[in-house]
Structures are given as structure tokens and as C-alpha cells.
Design a protein around this ligand. Structure first.
Ligand code: GUN
Length: 301
């Protein structure tokens, strides 16, 4: 078999971000300054790192960022009030509520409160439904990043058998919807699937999003499969802490045509697509404002 391709998420993310920078510049010229509000409730250490990275990246590409850190004893109503004020603020184009939330907060109510046109995570039911109908909506960032990498690695995805391992609302389900839209044949495996290894071995494309360190090894893979590893798991390796994926990279490598490393694979794509969604949201909102003002104040010919 040919040498497996290491799919470089950092390089792919940097080309997406370059396009975002150009789009930001063109919005600036129209007097639009894209802005992203990021809400973090509580002090989950991983979430703090993710939020910091999102804010840094926004600033790098010229997107204004607003950080709202709320104490862990914030209640659902207080969070809903903040979301309502960001929805009403025309200078804010994207609202991101970092998950997980403290257990006492009603997550579904909070996500549904974000205006669908500012929902840069694509978690509102309006966007979730639109995605499954094949409409052009704001789609979740991690699956969008995975699809971009897959198109780069495989070219045409039509008719390929894709197996998604994991059925979370953030990755597994929207990933399956995006793959279907790309004309793949899609199988979703989960904790109740019967003989998942045998089903996975039939896949041309494997998307691993289970959150279990190195669960998928060579026995799960058809020779020549393309593997996208969404997992980011911190493990203790002989007293040394390090990050590994859901795929056992060393075991999988000799069997695959292409694979994402962890770190440096899917991770950078999530933030790149968050920036892309923010620019799309700013563009859509400015178009909507324009058609509204044209309707209210038609030009006199
Ligand atoms: N927590 C883990 N992944 C994500 C994500 O993509 N968006 C948000 N808002 N929270 C997350």
C-alpha cells in the first residue's frame, strides 16, 4: 500500500482562516465589523482553554470578540437575560455558549434562546432542522471542519460508505447529516450497536467521535480507509500527561490511506469554522438589514 497521508489540520485551518481574513476585510469596507460574543459559565478548565483560544483567533482575523464570564452559580434566567441582550444588540453577529454548562442550568432552553441567525455553533433547532433538510444554515463547527478535511483527502465523497462512531448533538449527528448531504452512505454507531467493529470494517471513511482514548485500532479498519479522529483525550502515559485521540494512531497507521493526527488534526478546524460561521452570520445579518431598509424606504426612481 502507498504511504498513508497524514492529514494536516493546521495547514487546512490556516487556509480557511486566510479566506476569513479576506472576507472580514471586505465586510469592513462595507462598514460592517464582525463581532463574536463568547459566554463561559463556571470554571471548567478545558472550557477556559477553548474559550481563550477562540478569542485569540477571533482577534487574529479581525473579528471583535466580547467575553462574558459568568460565575458557576449563575441561574438559567440570568443566562437567558444575557443572551436576550446579545440577541438585541445589532453590533453582535455571533453568540457562542461554551458547553458543558453547570448541571443546574437548562442547556436546551439556553441554546434555543440564541437567535438562530447569531447561532454560530449551529445548535439551535432551527439550524439543526435546516441542516437535515439540506438548507444553507450555520452548521456545527467540528463536523464542518471534518467534512473539509475529508474533501481534501478523498476528493469526491459520493457513494462512499462513511461510518460515524458516536451520536452526540455536537459532532456525531450533524456529521452524519453533512455526510448524507455529500451523498455518502452513512452508518452511525453508538454504545448499543451490535458488533460495531465488524460494521466499521466496512467503511471507506471512519469518523471517530466517542471520547474514549485509543478505542479504535487496526481491527476496526478496512485496509485503505480514511480516518478522521475527533477525540481529544488527556491520558497519563507513564507519569507523563499527553493528548491522544479516539483512534490508536500507531495501530491504525499501517492500514489507512489517510488519517488525522491528535493534536494537529481536527482541533484547529473547529475554531477556523467558528470564525467562518461568524463572518457568514455578519454577512447574512447585513443583507437582512439591507432588504429591510429597502422594503421600508424604497428608492424613488
Ligand atoms: N464544547 C465542546 N465543543 C464545543 C463546541 O463546538 N461548541 C460549544 N459551544 N461548546 C463546546
Amino acid at each position: 500500500m502507498n504511504t498513508p497521508l497524514l492529514i494536516d489540520g493546521k495547514a487546512a485551518a490556516s487556509s480557511v482562516l486566510q479566506q476569513v481574513r479576506e472576507d472580514v476585510t471586505s465586510l469592513y469596507k462595507q462598514g460592517i465589523h464582525p463581532a463574536l460574543a463568547v459566554i463561559l459559565v463556571g470554571s471548567d478548565p478545558a472550557s477556559q482553554v477553548y474559550v481563550r483560544n477562540k478569542i485569540l483567533r477571533a482577534e487574529e482575523v479581525g473579528i471583535r470578540s466580547l467575553e462574558h464570564r459568568l460565575p458557576s452559580d449563575t441561574d438559567t434566567d440570568q443566562l437567558l437575560q444575557l443572551i436576550a441582550s446579545l440577541n438585541a444588540d445589532d453590533s453582535v453577529h455571533g453568540v457562542l455558549l461554551q458547553l458543558p454548562l453547570p448541571a443546574h442550568i437548562d442547556e436546551l432552553r439556553a441554546l434555543q434562546a440564541i437567535s438562530p441567525d447569531k447561532d454560530v455553533d449551529g445548535f439551535h433547532s432551527e439550524n439543526v432542522g435546516g441542516l437535515s433538510q439540506g438548507r444553507a444554515v450555520l452548521a456545527p463547527c467540528t463536523p464542518s471542519g471534518c467534512l473539509y478535511l475529508l474533501k481534501q483527502a478523498c476528493g469526491d465523497l459520493r457513494g462512499k460508505h462513511a461510518v460515524v462512531i458516536g451520536r452526540s448533538n455536537i459532532v456525531g449527528k450533524p456529521m452524519a447529516a453533512l455526510l448524507l448531504q455529500a451523498d455518502c452512505t452513512v452508518t452511525v454507531l453508538h454504545s448499543r450497536s451490535k458488533d460495531p467493529q465488524a460494521l466499521c470494517r466496512q467503511a471507506d471513511i471512519v469518523i471517530a467521535a466517542v471520547g474514549r482514548p485509543r478505542m479504535i485500532d487496526a481491527r476496526w479498519l478496512k485496509p485503505g480507509a480514511v480516518v478522521i479522529d475527533v477525540g481529544i483525550n488527556r491520558i497519563d502515559d507513564d507519569g507523563r500527561s499527553r493528548l491522544v485521540g479516539d483512534v490508536d494512531f500507531d495501530s491504525a497507521l499501517p492500514h489507512v490511506a489517510a488519517i488525522t493526527p491528535v493534536p494537529g488534526g481536527v482541533g484547529p478546524m473547529t475554531i477556523a469554522f467558528l470564525m467562518k460561521n461568524t463572518v457568514t452570520a455578519a454577512h447574512n445579518q447585513s443583507q437582512a438589514q439591507r432588504s429591510l431598509s429597502e422594503a421600508v424606504c424604497p428608492s424613488i426612481s
